[in-house]
Write a protein that binds this ligand. Structure first.
Ligand SMILES: [Zn+2]
Length: 486
């Protein structure tokens, strides 16, 4: 860069590059033709721009912290890309096939929905056995990240807690309180549903992602008449929100990323969601979740400064996705809005509550594992052991420690996992207040919608982004909400 950039010029340039890059990412993750050289070119430019910022500006602080993260992620980007390719190439089994092709990491979740317990166990064990093939690249990625953050005197954990307006101690306290509250009810419910649906005891290979599908299998038929896109849009409109700007991609392409996701190409103007149809009920949950992200991003005021508009902490982002997904556990909403049978609705809510418990038990373990990695400077070689220990503490089950390397977030993201928990507690707090003010059917109230819009529209400055305000009472209220059945 020859002439010196002003902060305003810098922001304009940064956003243009981010838009071009996310358009390529969108193609990559939705299984369409993308350009590797373009990705590389934009990554290099973004990296240079972030380095330029760190050399020439030290305010705003939030932008500085984000630039550190950006430098780290662009410098490890080729590794991330290689990791995804290798995982799909190396984590595979010729013995097990789906539509005539060997089952790979990418098609694993689709495969297990129709497999027997024994087949599921075998492929789980096989993939666990294969993890050493991808370990070196995961290790390299974490070590490189560690080095880069260190150059700027920080770690991903330190930046993460700061972004959420917490201290590490406060974060550990929140997650540990939650862990202790959910462990017992989770174990009890897991036993009950494993017996009822799988006709056996819970085992290590009955993981969250399998159970999440299996648990609704006998209930999915009654949900077939519900068009989730139509309903969530209607609800959002009744709250005075504007969901029509959001683009939805539901095509099933072979290389399309298995998990549903929302991508913000440009905030607030170009927001998209993607998913692969799996099962009508799960799809509904995913669509409400991803539409929650999408409405959040598309509701942010366009006139806000670049950094306030675009830098959203993970916890804040998940607050609005879980907020909207959670509407599907509201008995009145299900029976009155979706016109579902009362008995059926009650059972779905019971099972959804169990999945919330499962999620909390699993993610508190994941979170405390990840926090320990940075806080205690864990050696990569000790990670599997520590992971097994944290899961045992949270779920009361013995699970192979190498499983974290097969997870879709843990090996890819440096922090992220606690965000779900923070978000769940936060969204429940918001809903409790809305219910108090606007009654049981708050989702029909434009005034309630206005309050949610107000929280969403402020970008980084949203009050919902301050997680230090969460109290023990808020955590207990959340646990009560997922242990009380209609
Ligand atoms: Zn999400």
């Amino acid at each position: 860069m020859k002439q010196k950039l002003t902060l305003k010029q810098w922001c304009k340039k940064a956003e243009e590059l981010e838009i071009a890059l996310s358009k390529q990412y969108w193609k990559l993750e939705t299984g369409q033709k993308y350009s590797k050289p373009k990705i590389k070119k934009y990554e290099t430019k973004i990296n240079k721009l972030a380095e330029y910022f760190l050399k020439n500006f030290d305010r705003p602080e939030i932008l500085k912290d984000t630039c550190i993260g950006a430098v780290a992620s662009t410098k490890t980007f080729q590794l991330s890309l290689k990791f995804k390719e290798e995982r799909n190439k190396k984590i595979r089994s010729k013995k097990h096939t789906i539509k005539g092709n060997p089952v790979t990491w990418d098609t694993w979740r689709q495969y297990v929905t129709k497999a027997t317990h024994n087949e599921r166990k075998k492929i789980y064990d096989k993939f666990i056995k294969l993890t050493p093939l991808i370990s070196p690249i995961i290790k390299e990625k974490f070590q490189k990240n560690k080095q880069i953050y260190k150059q700027y005197g920080t770690t991903p954990l330190k930046l993460y807690v700061k972004e959420h307006e917490l201290t590490t101690k406060e974060l550990i306290k929140i997650i540990t309180t939650l862990r202790n509250q959910v462990k017992k009810p989770f174990q009890k419910q897991f036993k009950y549903y494993a017996k009822k649906l799988l006709h056996k005891k819970p085992e290590y290979y009955d993981d969250l992602y399998y159970v999440r599908n299996a648990i609704y299998q006998d209930m999915t038929k009654d949900f077939r008449g519900v068009d989730p896109i139509k309903h969530i849009k209607k609800t959002m409109k009744e709250m005075g929100l504007k969901p029509d700007k959001i683009r939805v991609d539901k095509k099933d392409r072979p290389k399309k990323y298995a998990s549903p996701f929302c991508m913000a190409i440009k905030i607030p103007q170009d927001i998209r969601i993607s998913f692969k149809p799996e099962n009508p009920l799960n799809d509904a949950n995913s669509i409400y979740h991803e539409m929650g992200h999408a409405i959040h991003f598309s509701s942010i005021k366009p006139q806000l400064p670049y950094w306030t508009r675009t830098i959203i902490s993970n916890g804040l982002a998940e607050t609005f996705s879980t907020f909207f997904e959670g509407i599907l556990t509201d008995y009145d909403y299900m029976t009155e809005e979706l016109k579902l049978d009362p008995k059926y609705s009650k059972e779905i809510i019971r099972r959804k509550n169990f999945m919330q418990l499962f999620g909390a038990a699993f993610y508190t373990g994941n979170s405390l594992f990840r926090i320990a990695y940075w806080r205690e400077n864990l050696k990569f070689e000790n990670c599997n052991k520590r992971y097994a220990k944290e899961l045992k503490k949270s779920m009361g089950m013995k699970i192979p420690g190498a499983y974290w390397q097969l997870h879709h977030i843990l090996p890819e993201s440096m922090m992220y996992v606690p965000s779900y928990m923070l978000a769940e507690i936060q969204q429940n707090k918001i809903k409790t207040q809305l219910r108090k003010k606007y009654g049981k059917r708050w989702w029909k109230s434009k005034k309630a919608g206005k309050e949610v819009l107000n929280l969403m529209s402020k970008g980084t400055d949203s009050e919902a982004g301050d997680f230090s305000k969460l109290t023990k009472k808020d955590i207990l209220n959340y646990v009560r909400s997922i242990t009380t059945n209609p």
